[in-house]
Design a protein around this ligand. Sequence first.
Ligand SMILES: [Fe+2]
Ligand SMILES: [Fe+2]
Length: 165
Amino acid sequence: MDDITALILDDHTAFRRGFARLDDARNEQELLAIWEALALHLDIHAEAEEAILYPHLVKHGDDGEDETADAIGDHNKIRDAIAEAKLHPVGSERWWAAVGTARRENSEHLAEEEDEALPDFRRHASTELRAELGQRWLTFYGEHKNGRDLPFRDKDPQRYVADHR
Ligand SMILES: [Fe+2]
Ligand SMILES: [Fe+2]
């Protein structure tokens, strides 16, 4: 049985490693290979959290509504930076600027999620729920392999909270 918070932390580690790999890439082909996989993973991860983690946190967290609105806003900034990077040739100045924004926004977001949202979730979620959501998380990744059927569109944070609380 996998705990959803452990699965989320595994993804966060993969993101940090992915951005570090970009530093080591020596040509555009390497950059493209690393970035495409990383960007897709970032986009799927945000959708998975919005489908599985935050609907629970917004209802049961001590500060669930604020944490959820913050997270959706952060996800939007990361999505926007990924979409911006797609508009520019890999390795160009504007591409690096967009990737740098994605990296910075992601680093800030991971810290908030790990230090605030996930601790709040752990305080209120039973072991059974954590395992059940972990199972749903794995199923979500299977059903949406390579981002299949996911729109990767920004969501209005306040509207998301109002729709899920
Ligand atoms: Fe996350
Ligand atoms: Fe997140």
